[in-house]
Design a protein around this ligand. Sequence first.
Ligand code: FES
Length: 163
Amino acid sequence: MTQENLATKMDVNAIIEKWKNVSGSLVMMLHSVQDQYGYVPRELAMEIAQKANIPLARIYEVLTFYHFFKLTPPAKYQVAVCTGTACYLKGAPDLLKEIENVIGIKEGEHSLDGKYSVNSVRCIGCCGLAPVVSVNGKIYGQVKPADIKSILRESTKGEEHHG
Ligand code: FES
């Protein structure tokens, strides 16, 4: 599916109709958009503003207040470093540093080419494997800074399509 015309793929009128009389309706409308696209494209935020008669500034206030909302498309490779207590004590900060060295972005950032995002996450329940890194949900345990390059190489290779 291409994304060249987001507005025609999502029926903004239907979303507004569905939520307009509900309290917290703006948040629910934005959730519907993010459910579909994985983020809230500016084009659709503008369409909601216009059709629901809500100032665009108000929409962006909500979008930036709730960290849940994303304003950019999800990166192709989503790197997460667990910074729960066990992982933190076993070197998660060094892993974040090494990731920054290797791909040039810090925790909470998104590479400009849309390829990588890096986030820290709370305990993901594999403390026995601390420190833990995941790439697109695949878990790597007992990670050392020296492993980061090969983990990234391996995960990007896994997404190649053969044939
Ligand atoms: S603290 Fe990292 S998995 Fe539990």
